[in-house]
Write a protein that binds this ligand. Structure first.
Ligand SMILES: NC(=O)C1=CN([C@@H]2O[C@H](COP(=O)(O)OP(=O)(O)OC[C@H]3O[C@@H](n4cnc5c(N)ncnc54)[C@H](O)[C@@H]3O)[C@@H](O)[C@H]2O)C=CC1
Ligand SMILES: O=C(O)[C@@H]1CCC=N1
Length: 263
């Protein structure tokens, strides 16, 4: 059974751990600086808790670093003595912006290093993730893809596109939530009871997501938009207010911020 260790039991690390624990296919380990984060895994079979990141790394083959970008360097310093090509261990980071070359520079030469950008939909098993690896990391790529595949779809992507993917789908659920909230408020403004508006919006988002798996966004739009009807009227007003431009600008700002976090 593969030994997988997760450093940082927060939103991403915690979601991944829960799914992996439920599968029963892995020997798991978790470490966190906050004991209350570890508490949450106390009842889980096959999840060992560590307060030391170094000890977690020594007990694992695949080490997943799920701390905030600015905490990654400190974590790598701690686990570095357990790494190196002959250790049989690899490091996978999910941190926004932090490049493979920066991770490599803090670990012994030849350590397999991978980068994954998941999103919070992993917590319900519907995440999308992109993955890339350095040369030594390609050996463990299928296994790490299998691990993240347990919480959603995983695609290989060149590292130069990671900041864009981070901006698009790493942050993406928050944009959809912003839009959902605006829709609910708009419904309330038009006189709908808040709970009715909320349920209608959630149903619309869930149903549209299924439709978009089957056909293009343009096809869905055209199916809804009656010539001279309500949807066309809404599109004119939304476009005048700069809706699409605002989306472009938002994703562009997030891409630039991911680059800054790496630097
Ligand atoms: N939240 C999201 O939707 C996404 C987050 N990410 C990336 O995932 C990483 C984690 O993000 P979240 O899960 O949102 O953060 P979080 O704050 O929920 O979890 C981070 C965890 O790391 C722990 N921690 C901090 N310093 C530590 C250390 N030195 N050693 C061990 N544990 C330590 C914290 O106590 C916390 O439990 C970030 O780098 C972020 O860029 C990537 C995609 C989506
Ligand atoms: O907002 C952030 O920086 C992180 C990375 C992608 C989603 N959440």
């Amino acid at each position: 059974m593969r030994r997988v260790g997760v450093i940082g039991a927060g939103k991403i690390g915690g979601s991944l751990l829960r799914r992996l624990a439920e599968s029963g296919d892995f020997e798991l380990a978790v470490s966190d600086v906050h004991p209350e984060q570890l508490e949450r895994f106390r009842g889980y079979e096959r999840v060992r808790s560590f307060s030391s990141n170094r000890e977690l790394a020594e007990a694992s083959e695949i080490v997943i670093v799920a701390v905030k970008p600015w905490d990654v360097a400190g974590v790598l310093e701690e686990i570095s003595p357990a790494m190196g090509p002959s250790s049989g261990r690899s490091v996978t980071s999910v941190a926004a912006g932090v490049e493979i070359k920066s991770i490599e520079s803090r670990l012994p030469e030849g350590t397999p290093v991978l980068r994954v950008m998941p999103n919070v939909c992993a917590s319900v098993g519907l995440g999308a993730a992109v993955i890339t690896a350095n040369e030594p990391g390609r050996r463990v790529l299928p296994e790490v893809m299998d691990i993240f595949g347990r919480v959603g779809e995983v695609m290989e992507l060149p590292e130069r596109l990671f900041d864009a993917a981070t901006a698009l789908h790493g942050s993406g659920p928050a944009y959809v939530a912003l839009f959902a909230d605006a829709l609910v408020q708009a419904g309330v403004r038009e006189g709908l009871p808040r709970e009715v508006a909320r349920r209608l919006v959630v149903g619309t988002l869930a149903g549209t997501a299924v439709l978009l798996k089957e056909r293009s966004a343009h096809q869905v739009r055209d199916e809804v938009m009656t010539p001279g009807g309500t949807t066309a009227a809404a599109f004119v007003a939304m476009e005048k207010a700069g809706f699409v431009g605002a989306v472009y600008d938002g994703v562009n700002a997030a891409t630039r911020r991911a680059r800054e976090l790496g630097g």
